[in-house]
Ligand binder design. Structure first.
Ligand code: FPP
Length: 247
């Protein structure tokens, strides 16, 4: 079954979330509270990414989508932005073989146009290297914004209409979904945000229409696999009705 054919209304009550999306927040505060530069927080945050990805198979998580860099994060200082870009390159270089051996398929979403070409090359290579894996589908959102994604999708769709390859009256929600960066993914069941902030900050706006949300006080560098398991254990008790009434 293609990922986008997975229908949320088929979910069984008590089942764990198949797709978890995470806003990894709090790296800066974690570092500042220790008198360290913000980048040190991001470095510790990168270690947590490994732990959380590797916990997915035993927790039944098939899809994990993480927010690594937003379209708004360019407003940070040049030191922080370039430090993060270096960290992403280092992560890809260090983790590629381990991800491959662990059965993780990696994909990236977001607009690659503004990213440096060496990084884009590494992203492409990692996607190709892990394309045969299916145990865990890790999607890294890099230069990603929900509004930007919908805008880019709409532009491509409008171009198809203008070229006569798509009829405007045939466009429905699934047509638009098929133009999004996430066209190969099911919608997230659960969105977690660490660090105590209760906002979604332009993350997966379209896709999270029926997602459950968990806002956790723990800062991302302290978010261990045990914390992840705790959050997921609370999810099974939820009654997701997707607008319907359960019989
Ligand atoms: C938000 O914390 C975090 C980010 C903008 C970057 C997320 C990046 C990582 C976790 C690093 C590694 C990622 C990968 C994929 C290797 P913040 O800086 O906004 O924290 P603050 O709110 O405390 O300032």
């Amino acid at each position: 079954m293609a990922a986008k054919d997975i229908r949320p209304d088929e979910e069984q009550p008590g089942a764990g979330p198949a797709h978890v999306a995470i806003i990894m927040d709090g790296n800066g505060r974690w570092a500042t509270s220790r008198g360290r530069p913000r980048l040190v927080g991001h470095q510790h945050g990168a270690r947590r990414v490994r732990d959380i990805v590797e916990a997915c198979p035993r927790l039944g998580v098939e899809y994990l989508t993480i927010f690594a860099f937003s379209t708004e994060n360019w407003k940070r200082t040049q030191v922080e932005v370039s430090g993060l870009m270096t960290l992403f390159k280092r992560y890809i270089k260090r983790e590629a073989q381990r991800l491959l051996q662990s059965g993780v398929r990696v994909r990236f979403i977001g607009d690659r146009v503004r990213l440096d070409s060496a990084l884009v090359q590494m992203m492409d290579n990692l996607e190709a290297l892990t394309a045969g894996n299916s145990l865990v589908n890790l999607t890294i959102a890099l230069n990603y914004g929900g509004r930007d994604e919908v805008t880019r999708a709409t532009q491509r769709m409008a171009a198809e209409v203008a070229a006569g390859r798509l009829k405007a009256e045939d466009v429905d929600a699934s047509t638009l979904a098929s133009y999004l960066d996430t066209c190969m993914l099911p919608d997230p069941d659960l969105v977690i945000r660490t660090s105590g902030e209760a906002r979604i900050s332009n993350f997966l706006l379209w896709q999270s229409a029926y997602a459950e949300y968990e806002f956790i006080d723990t800062l991302w560098p302290d978010f261990t696999a045990d914390c992840f398991a705790d959050v997921l254990s609370g999810y099974g008790a939820r009654d997701r009705r997707f607008g319907a009434v359960r019989a």
